[in-house]
Design a binder for this molecule. Structure first.
Ligand SMILES: Cc1cc2nc3c(=O)[nH]c(=O)nc-3n(C[C@H](O)[C@H](O)[C@H](O)COP(=O)(O)OP(=O)(O)OC[C@H]3O[C@@H](n4cnc5c(N)ncnc54)[C@H](O)[C@@H]3O)c2cc1C
Length: 417
């Protein structure tokens, strides 16, 4: 078989890899996108809550409140669970996460990510228009419900802080919640409504629509195993179902599996995962959910997806490859049934995915420090659907020598040396 040659190999066709491939293509690069699946967006980018979180200027850091930490430690919080057997593997990473979550360092992460967050919806709007799938972006914003005055108070203070960065938000009382979501039942202290974020009712479908756009513009998508990546002279080679392909440059964008490529190359970047689950349920009768709704104190979210009402869970600390343990789905189900008229499940079993995370909740974007022509674009934590196209732009600007729209230094792999 003849060896295929191209300018750039992008490894991984989730929202992050597809975003990078499109931005490189726009800058005149011939790109081959490689995934182990024969379609884009089949993994984490399929299963998320669908929110383009352009109002989430503060990343999800480790809590500093003792009561909350105790609840987490006792495995009693619905928002966060851990698998006891996997704890030894996680503890050193959790310690780094805790240290990176001091108020000063958390603010550093927020400010580093802010230009990307601000750019996130703009990038999606442009690609959605180009891909001609306007039906995949809904202008709903989202709602965070609170059942206690204390948690509502914290959220209102956080909203006030976010307002300094031009985030729009409204605090809703019970009557205003009912006006926006007439089918919700519960004893709410109040809610925060964030009007700006976009909602994607089929996140996997959006990654596929972007991959189709990439294909229409001449990009090639091949099925292959990125773990076969090897350096061959001044080029990078990967084996695919269509034979081997080589390129001057390669981008590692395999989300939670990125360590399978950077690890063997000798990089010890502390990539870990926060697992999460979803389950679709049919709404009962004519019940309609107008926005994604986070039941904050009970630790789950309901989103009105094309496939049904998607219940997503909070964080599970467990090994990426450990068998599923959807305890949080089981805990959330009766609470969700009490909140909204839900009928039968659409899925036979819950879906499981893994948010790829670094301890400072910032992605790794930029050059691999010790390998010419190798680039990193992974670790998008809770915000990979949101940030895939924006980080794709940043990476492509760096790779083609343009002035980057955001300071790339905070995302460098060297920060872990
Ligand atoms: C429950 C849940 C809710 C979430 N909600 C949101 C939200 O509302 N908004 C938001 O912005 N983010 C959300 N996220 C986070 C978001 O989904 C992720 O950050 C994002 O999907 C990561 O994208 P990715 O492209 O890096 O990874 P992925 O989508 O996992 O893509 C990685 C790709 O690499 C491929 N791959 C892996 N190994 C190989 C190999 N050896 N060879 C070839 N290919 C390989 C995989 O097949 C896959 O296609 C949520 C996550 C979860 C779990």
């Amino acid at each position: 078989m003849v060896e295929l040659r191209t300018d750039v190999l992008v490894l991984g066709a989730g929202m992050v890899g597809v975003g990078a491939a499109l931005h490189l293509q726009k800058r005149g690069r011939d790109v081959i996108l490689i995934d182990r699946h024969n379609l884009a967006g089949e993994e984490t980018s399929f299963g998320n809550a669908g929110i383009i979180e352009c109002a989430s200027v503060f990343p999800y850091m480790f809590p500093r409140d003792f009561g909350q930490i105790l609840q987490y430690a006792l495995n009693r919080a619905p928002q966060v669970r851990y698998r006891l057997g996997d704890l030894p593997e996680f503890l050193p990473w959790l310690a780094r996460y805790f240290l990176a979550s001091s108020p000063e360092r958390a603010l550093h992460s927020a400010m580093a990510e802010l230009p990307l967050i601000r750019r996130s919806l703009i990038e999606h709007e442009a690609l959605i228009a180009e891909a001609r799938v306007p039906e995949l972006l809904r202008r709903t914003g989202w709602i965070k419900l609170f059942r206690s005055d204390a948690t509502l108070g914290n959220a209102v203070r956080e909203l006030d802080r976010a307002r300094q960065y031009n985030v729009a938000g409204e605090v809703l009382d019970a009557r205003e919640i009912a006006a926006r979501e007439p089918n919700l039942t519960g004893d709410f202290a109040g809610a925060v409504y964030l009007p700006a974020p976009g909602f994607i009712p089929d996140p996997g479908g959006l990654a596929k629509a972007y991959a189709a756009l990439f294909g229409r513009k001449g990009g090639r998508f091949l099925v292959g195993d990125a773990r076969t990546l090897e350096q061959s002279g001044s080029r990078w080679r990967v084996s695919t179902d269509d034979g081997s392909v080589t390129a001057r440059e390669a981008v590692v964008a395999m989300g939670p599996w990125s360590d399978q490529v950077f690890g063997p190359l000798g990089y010890s970047i502390p990539l870990s995962v926060k697992r999460g689950y979803h389950l679709h349920l049919r709404p009962r009768g004519n019940a309609v959910l107008n926005h994604p709704v986070l039941d904050t104190d009970q630790g789950y979210l309901l989103a009105p997806m094309s496939r049904g009402i998607r219940l997503t869970t909070g964080v599970e600390f467990a090994s990426r490859d450990a068998p599923p343990s959807p305890v949080q789905v089981e805990q959330a189900l009766p609470r969700a049934h009490a909140l909204f008229p839900l009928g039968d499940p659409v899925d036979a079993t819950p879906w499981m995915g893994a948010r790829p995370c670094l301890p400072d909740m910032l992605p790794v974007i930029g050059k691999a420090p010790r390998h010419a022509g190798l680039w990193f674009d992974f670790g998008h934590q809770h915000h990979g659907l949101t940030l895939g196209p924006a980080t794709g732009r940043l990476l492509a600007e760096m790779m083609t020598g343009e002035t980057p729209f955001a300071d790339p230094k905070p995302f460098a792999a060297e920060r872990f040396d």
